[in-house]
Design a protein. Sequence first.
Length: 119
Amino acid sequence: MMTPEERLTPRQRALYEAISDVSEARWCAGWLMGIEYQLWAELHDAGSRQGTDERDDAQLETVRALSDAVSGWIIWVDDQTHPDLPSDAWGPRFVPLPEWLAMVAAERHESAHEAGTPQ
């Protein structure tokens, strides 16, 4: 049986590793929970940026270029995001861009609803 990492194409795996590298550099975590949404916001929403040094800028540009190259994004799936998922299926998963954009919209809607802010 293939691991989640093995199911990724080489370019998708490079994107996964680039996102993980940012997580490790910023928070000493291989994959900080929610980093896929945080980095997407930093790359696409003015004012969402957290990193400030040149190394961070270079890492984010690598993430952007790899995402553009694969027309998608990487998410982390585990029992937190998919309660019925067996543990051997936990790990990175490629999401095509249209599906990812729908996930981002849903997450923003949920976050705004939880915060009590109007849409």
